[in-house]
Ligand binder design. Structure first.
Ligand SMILES: NC(=O)c1ccc[n+]([C@@H]2O[C@H](COP(=O)([O-])OP(=O)(O)OC[C@H]3O[C@@H](n4cnc5c(N)ncnc54)[C@H](OP(=O)(O)O)[C@@H]3O)[C@@H](O)[C@H]2O)c1
Length: 432
């Protein structure tokens, strides 16, 4: 005999927790029909019970005492929606050790501790699902775990941070600079008061680590992901990129060559006719290239209460069905130990280089010599608008395929040249 009620304990009742509580309540019948028995909220953990909540909860359900939720014998599934590492990780591991199933939207915890959480869950015979941790309501975790298992994944290219995509879209459309656009985005609620995790590419790196782990069936942790943010981009870069036929996007890229995985997050020039170049505003998109399916695009709202709730509730239903039917949950992912991480220094790509130079003859020859000596071949060079007062000019170069380590050496050598006032920006060019 299966259970008559599946008990849910929710940790956190903010943007996502509030949405989840309302859907569990308002779609009660739909969910019990899907699961085969009632799915009921048994406890909700918050920091402050007095705070007004978007969804009214029955009295007695909400508490600031974690033990009341975590040790409640009626809770079958713990849904972690607090965010951050502490105490979320402790609560997740503690719940797994008590044989509770877990649903979480926490990218940070999954990027830093996903493999060990999944191993602990396997040992206890419980499920840990985390669809909402990447791109909210856009299904990407389940496809990687299930629908694409017959494939070898070749690469992943994603726009997986809505805040930065919003800022970059506005910079591209309005010719605005980064600081002003960020301030505006903060005022409008699209960027947080402390935007570091978004604008430095850390949030996207967490999500990429989670996707790469599943795609390549190996441990790719947050520290394995190279990340560079968007703070150095200027309106000049958008102007030049557009003239050259490119958009600028913060891309999250992972690929596997032989037994080595590379995962990186950084701004990139993307040809304007590619699908990801057209993903604007707060939207997310992930392009997965797999050997049997070819290219697939997953696209939609990567944040927000209801899109995230959609993914969390789907995970709850998935687990609840197994609990209700007394079925053995599918074993968690087996991760290979033989795959290594290929460092960014081993990347080969094309580069856009913007330099401020002195406006006198011979500049191009000196710059060309630095690059040529390092085997970096220039595909095009455009001298832009001269500032007569400062006697400076802007030089925009596009290279052919070059090595990242050579490019890093080139940047320091260019900075040392008398004729170069500033290396304004160097941006990788991605065509796949
Ligand atoms: N928001 C999105 O669009 C979105 C999208 C995808 C994934 N996610 C992920 O979903 C998770 C939740 O995000 P959110 O936007 O809903 O966050 P949020 O609005 O800040 O809500 C966090 C909730 O957790 C509670 N909480 C935090 N620390 C706690 C602690 N130590 N003890 C007890 N309760 C605690 C807070 O309690 P109080 O209300 O009492 O302060 C609040 O109810 C995060 O992992 C986030 O990355 C969010």
């Amino acid at each position: 005999m299966g259970k008559s009620t599946i008990g849910i304990g929710v940790l956190g009742m903010g943007v996502v927790g509030g949405g989840v509580a309302s859907v569990l309540d308002n779609r009660r019948e739909q969910l019990s029909a899907l699961v085969g028995c009632a799915v009921e909220l048994k406890g909700v953990l918050v920091r402050d019970v007095a705070k007004p909540r978007a969804h009214q909860l029955p009295a007695g359900l909400i508490t600031t005492d974690p033990r009341q939720v975590l040790d409640n014998p009626d809770v079958d599934i713990v849904v972690e929606l607090m965010g951050g590492q502490d105490p979320a990780l402790e609560y997740i591991l503690g719940s797994v050790s008590q044989a509770r199933h877990i649903v979480t939207a926490n990218k940070e915890v999954m990027a830093r501790h996903g493999p060990s959480i999944l191993t602990a869950a396997s040992e206890k015979g419980v499920q840990v699902l985390f669809e909402a941790a990447v791109a909210a309501g856009v299904p990407i975790i389940a496809p990687l775990l299930r629908d694409l298992v017959a494939n070898e994944i070749i690469d992943i290219h994603g726009i997986i941070n809505g805040t930065t995509n919003y800022i970059l879209t506005r910079m591209a459309n309005e010719g605005a600079d980064f600081d002003a656009t960020l301030a505006d985005a903060q005022e409008l609620g699209y960027a947080e008061a402390d935007p570091t995790n978004d604008i430095e590419g850390i949030d996207a790196a967490y999500k990429l680590a989670v996707m790469a782990t599943l795609a390549f069936r190996t441990k790719v942790m947050d520290i394995d992901v190279y990340h560079e943010g968007i703070t150095k981009l200027t309106s000049r870069d958008f102007l030049h990129a557009s003239e050259l036929g490119y958009a600028i996007k913060l891309l999250a890229i992972a690929d596997k060559v032989g037994d080595a995985v590379q995962a990186r997050v950084h701004p990139a020039l993307v040809p304007q006719d590619m699908m990801l170049a057209k993903v604007d505003g707060v939207l997310n998109a992930i392009e997965v290239q797999a050997d049997l399916t070819g290219k697939l695009l997953f696209h939609g709202a990567g944040a927000g209460s209801m899109p995230t709730t959609s993914a969390v509730v789907a995970d709850i239903v998935d687990i609840a069905r197994n609990v209700a039917g007394n079925s053995v949950p599918p074993s968690n992912l087996a991760l290979s130990d033989s795959v290594t991480i290929r460092p960014i220094s081993e990347l080969e790509t094309r580069y856009y280089i913007r330099l401020t130079t002195t406006d006198r003859p011979g500049v191009l020859a000196q710059v060309g010599k630095v690059l040529g000596d390092l085997n970096i071949s220039v595909a095009s060079a455009i001298q832009k608008e001269t500032d007569e007062v400062a006697q400076s000019a802007e030089l925009v170069l596009m290279t052919h395929l070059s090595s990242e380590s050579a490019m890093q050496t080139a940047i320091s050598q260019l900075e040392a040249l008398d004729v170069v006032a500033e290396v304004g920006n160097v941006i990788r060019v991605e065509e796949w």
